[in-house]
Write a protein that binds this ligand. Structure first.
Ligand SMILES: Cc1cc2nc3c(=O)[nH]c(=O)nc-3n(C[C@H](O)[C@H](O)[C@H](O)COP(=O)(O)O)c2cc1C
Length: 137
């Protein structure tokens, strides 16, 4: 098992040499996910392909974070941020994500996300910030 669960909470961890990858079509439907994505999110690959990426959206994440993501990948071509994701079993895991727009030779667009272990201090700072943003929704 490449991912581990905290002993006293629903938080899951992956290691700093692992990169969680996924790719979506231009509407945000998953067209690729690597093995570590499946393991940390708790899904078999067949259950992920064709699903909207919000399948792993955690209810603690403020809407404005994803508005920023979509605005930035469309206008600048990339976005980076700290995200709390939901596992299939109700657990969660934090990531530092970088999302990129990929324009193919035929003009079609897909989006790629590369996630690594987030800085602990950054996560600690995000928890009250996201709670505050969420309370304003
Ligand atoms: C390449 C890519 C990767 C994404 N990764 C995540 C992710 O890991 N977690 C997440 O909650 N949303 C992710 N999103 C954003 C979702 O598409 C979606 O906007 C978000 O979950 C909020 O859901 P909603 O738009 O239904 O409110 C990603 C989007 C793209 C294009």
């Amino acid at each position: 098992m490449a991912v581990i669960k905290s002993e006293n909470s629903q938080e899951w961890y992956f290691s700093s040499d692992q990169y969680i990858l996924s790719e979506t079509d231009d509407k945000g439907f998953i067209i690729y996910a690597n093995d570590i994505f499946c393991e940390i999110a708790g899904y078999k690959i067949e259950k992920l392909l064709g699903q909207p990426h919000n399948i792993i959206r955690h209810p603690d994440m403020p809407r404005i974070a994803f508005k920023g993501l979509w605005d930035d990948i469309q206008s600048k071509g990339f976005w980076s941020g700290i995200v709390k994701n939901l596992r299939k079993d109700g657990g969660f895991y934090w990531v530092y994500a970088t999302v990129l727009r990929k324009v193919h030779d035929d003009g079609s667009v897909t989006y790629l996300s590369v996630r690594r272990v987030p800085d602990k201090t950054a996560v600690t700072a995000c928890i009250p910030l996201y709670a505050e943003l969420k309370s304003q929704e």
